[in-house]
Design a binder for this molecule. Sequence first.
Ligand SMILES: Nc1nc2c(c(=O)[nH]1)N=C([C@H](O)[C@H](O)COP(=O)(O)OP(=O)(O)OP(=O)(O)O)CN2
Ligand SMILES: [Zn+2]
Length: 133
Amino acid sequence: MIAHLNRRYHFSASHRLHAEAYSDEKNRAVFGKCNNPHGHGHNYVVQITVSGPVDPVTGMVCDLGELDGFAKAHLLDVFDHQNLNMLPAFRTLVPSTENLSIEVHRIFESFSHARLEGVRIEETANNSFEYAG
Ligand SMILES: Nc1nc2c(c(=O)[nH]1)N=C([C@H](O)[C@H](O)COP(=O)(O)OP(=O)(O)OP(=O)(O)O)CN2
Ligand SMILES: [Zn+2]
C-alpha cells in the first residue's frame, strides 16, 4: 500500500532576478521591480512530497524526523537567511522560483528513506510553483 506524505518547511531569503545574458535595459524590461539591484526578500514555503509503502509495524511511509533532519541539513541550513544569487546553484542561473524548485528537487532526490514525488514552493501568497522531475 503506497501512501504520500507532505511536509512543509519555511525559510527566508533574498534574491534579484537578473539574467547575465541580457543587457541592463532588457533585464529591467523583463524582470521589472524584481531586477532592483538591491534585491528583495521572500518568506518561502517549501512543500516536499514523498511516497512509499506504509510500513506494517510503524504505520509510516517514513519517519518525519528523518525527513526533517535531511531538510535541516540540506535545505534550511543552506538557504535560510541567504542571498540566493550568491549560492553556487544560482551564480549563473536566475533564482526564479521555478529554478529554486528544480534545485530543491535535485537536493531531495538524495533522500533515501522514501521516493521523492515532487516539490512545491510558495514564493508569496499569490505565487506558487511545482516541480516533479
Ligand atoms: N515566472 C516567475 N515570475 C516571477 C517570479 C518567479 O519566480 N517566476 N518571481 C517574481 C518575484 O520574485 C517577485 O518578488 C514576485 O513579485 P509579485 O509577482 O509582485 O508578487 P505578488 O503579486 O505576490 O506581490 P505584490 O506585492 O502583490 O505585487 C516575479 N515574477
Ligand atoms: Zn522575488
